[in-house]
Design a protein around this ligand. Structure first.
Ligand SMILES: N[C@@H](CCC(=O)N[C@@H](CS)C(=O)NCC(=O)O)C(=O)O
Length: 203
């Protein structure tokens, strides 16, 4: 399989971490959304990463759809999202919060970096940053320890950790160490696993 997109994207990275946890081999093409926009459109007409090219050349786009496919590949006993019931809803609720926070972070990052300073709309930026703050606060309050839902690492942990680390990479004021104590511990636990340490965000 071939994963398209750079690890500075929390969406690409949640796919990479999941692939590694599932021990599914893949090649990685770390294309940049600006510089390589034409290449990316060849994989996803929307021009967004991640995209995953399967071994039969089929294309899967959007991190949620890709992870859904990977879960199907490894089967319910190994999938990081429980198959059904309250546990599935619990994990999915946390994943929705974490992907939502990641969406707001990407929007805030683009607001700051894609516009000339004179066109950055401060009230909008503050709204985005406020949404990130309350989503992270909520996730922080949900950590049961050592992982979000107790003893087993789930997709909620993968997605939360990559979202926090993406923010710390290029907008560190959004999630500085010390503000969310339980998330700090979660990130430290994840950092000990090869799936996370070998896919850190880079330029
Ligand atoms: N819902 C999508 C979000 C993906 C996304 O926002 N990707 C960003 C990078 S972090 C992107 O490709 N942005 C380029 C653009 O939208 O022009 C997913 O889960 O894959």
């Amino acid at each position: 399989m071939l994963l398209i997109g750079s690890y500075s994207s929390p969406f690409v990275r949640r796919v990479a971490v999941t692939l590694k946890i599932y021990a599914l081999p893949f090649e990685h093409r770390p294309v940049a959304t600006d510089r390589d926009a034409v290449i990316i459109r060849g994989f996803n007409p929307l021009g967004r990463v991640p995209a995953l090219v399967l071994d039969n050349d089929e294309l899967v786009i959007d991190s949620g759809m890709i992870i859904d496919h990977l879960d199907e590949m490894v089967g319910p006993a190994r999938a990081l999202t429980p198959r059904s019931g309250p546990q599935r809803r619990q994990v999915n609720r946390m994943v929705a919060l974490a992907t939502g926070a990641a969406d707001k972070y990407v929007a805030a990052y683009y607001e700051r970096t894609k516009r000339p300073d004179s066109h950055v709309w401060q009230p909008w930026l503050e709204r985005l940053e406020g949404q990130i703050e309350t989503a992270l606060q909520a996730l922080d309050g949900m950590v049961q320890g050592p992982w979000l839902v107790g003893d087993a690492l789930t997709q909620a942990d993968v997605t939360t950790v990559v979202a926090v680390q993406a923010m710390r990479f290029d907008m560190p004021h959004l999630a500085p160490e010390g503000r969310f104590a339980a998330l700090d511990t979660l990130v430290r636990s994840a950092a000990r696993l090869d799936a996370f340490s070998s896919t850190l965000p880079n330029a």
